[in-house]
Design a protein around this ligand. Sequence first.
Ligand code: AMP
Ligand code: ZN
Length: 112
Amino acid sequence: MDCLFCKIIAGEIPSAKVYEDEWVYAFRDIAPMAPVHVLVVPKEHICCADGINAENSHNVARIFEAIPKIAAAEGLTNGYRIINNCGEDGCQTVKHLHFHILGGKKLPDQMA
Ligand code: AMP
Ligand code: ZN
C-alpha cells in the first residue's frame, strides 16, 4: 500500500520516533507548528476518522492511552492540544489516521 505513514511505521522512511507500543507509533512532525509537534498513529492502516469502526476502534483507545505518556515525556505539564484532520474539508493531507499533539507554548484560541 502506498501510504507514507505505513512506510514510516515499517521503518522504510526515517522518522524521529518518540513512542512506540504494540498498537501505536508516534514521531515528530517534519514541519512543526509548535515547540512540540508529535504525530500519533495506529500501526494498523486506518484512512481517517471516518474509517473508525467497531473492529478497529481499539486502536483509538490505545492512542488516547499513549497520549498522556507522550505528553509527560515531552514535558507538556501545562496542557496541549490534540488535532485530527479528516478528509478534504478538514485538510487531511496524509490518508492514515493521525492525531497531532501540539504544545510547548500558549496556542491560539481559535479553532478555524
Ligand atoms: P494532516 O494535514 O493532518 O494530514 O497532517 C499531516 C502531517 O504530516 C503534516 O503536519 C506534515 O507536516 C506531516 N508530515 C508529512 N510528511 C512527514 C514525514 N515524512 N515525517 C513527519 N511528518 C510528516
Ligand atoms: Zn497507512
